[in-house]
Design a protein around this ligand. Structure first.
Ligand code: KIV
Length: 275
């Protein structure tokens, strides 16, 4: 059964924890989906982990649509959420609705996610009015990296914590079906989770959230440019890949690959007839 934004709301009501992972291509989406993960996020983190940018700011709508469409072909059961990239919604409510619509029509996303709190509630209301479910994202919002002065934990002081709690309430009021809490203290995330009726999905926000999300390259130790403290490594896939690449190079260099079993045969008398 394909998960939807309604599945998310029902999970919170039943106290069932939600799992979400990023994916950016068909093959990975299929693996994540087959593992039974509840939702796949085509995050704008693809700018860093797939495209090699230093931050997410250069990601375009075309990048997001291209990768979301690929993931949609592998996501049979998981809810498919696509990130709205930097400047695809900040500019106006009109742009927000048009670009959310493109992620659904051209990328086949079932929902969109956008970063920001109270200042974008009007945008969220209008997207929801267009029948597109919206997931909020507050706390450390990477598209604001220049305003924050770096990737830093948010909401440690009283004023900042109150602001983030108010934002979560405002997002629910605006019609968001879920909210990602990124890099906020665990106690604040738990307070938010208990204060709102929509699921909180934490990343670096502790165990008190209704669900968790990770970037798959972080949890498989594939991305070495940055290793966030909150990202548990479930496998050393990066070093396994490097070892396999090096073994391939060695066998090619030594002539050990391809072996007979990797080779197509023919009637070799034909070869003798060639001139
Ligand atoms: O872009 C992304 O992958 C995200 C997650 C880190 C939540 O927004």
């Amino acid at each position: 059964m394909k998960n939807t934004s309604v599945t998310f709301k029902e999970a919170k009501a039943k106290g069932r924890k939600l799992s979400m992972l990023t994916a950016y291509d068909y093959t990975t989406a299929k693996l994540v989906d087959e593992a039974g993960i509840d939702a796949i996020l085509v995050g704008d983190s693809l700018g860093m982990v797939m495209l090699g940018y230093e931050d997410t700011l250069s990601v375009t709508m075309e990048d997001m649509i291209h990768h979301t469409a690929a993931v949609s072909r592998g996501a049979k059961n998981a809810l498919l959420i696509a990130d709205m990239p930097f400047m695809s919604y900040q500019t106006s409510v009109y742009d927000a609705v048009v670009n959310a619509g493109r992620l659904v029509k051209e990328g086949h996303a079932q929902a969109v996610k956008l970063e920001g709190g109270i200042e974008f509630c009007e945008h969220i209301q209008s997207i929801v009015r267009a029948s597109i479910p919206v997931c909020g994202h507050i706390g450390l919002t990477p598209q604001s990296v220049n305003a924050f002065g770096g990737f830093r934990v948010q909401g440690k002081g009283e004023e900042a914590a109150q602001r983030i709690l108010n934002e979560a309430r405002a997002l629910e009021e605006a019609g968001a079906f879920a909210v990602v809490l990124e890099c906020v203290p665990a106690a604040l995330a738990e307070k938010i989770t208990k204060s709102i009726g929509i699921p909180t999905i934490g990343i670096g926000a502790g165990a008190g959230c209704d669900g968790q999300v990770l970037v798959y390259q972080d949890m498989l130790a594939m991305y070495s440019d940055m290793a966030p403290k909150f990202a548990k490594q479930y496998a050393q896939t990066g070093s396994q890949m490097k070892e396999a690449f090096a073994a391939y190079k060695k066998e090619v260099t030594e002539g050990a690959f391809p072996a007979l079993e990797h080779t197509f045969k023919m009637d070799e008398t034909i070869i003798d007839k060639l001139y």
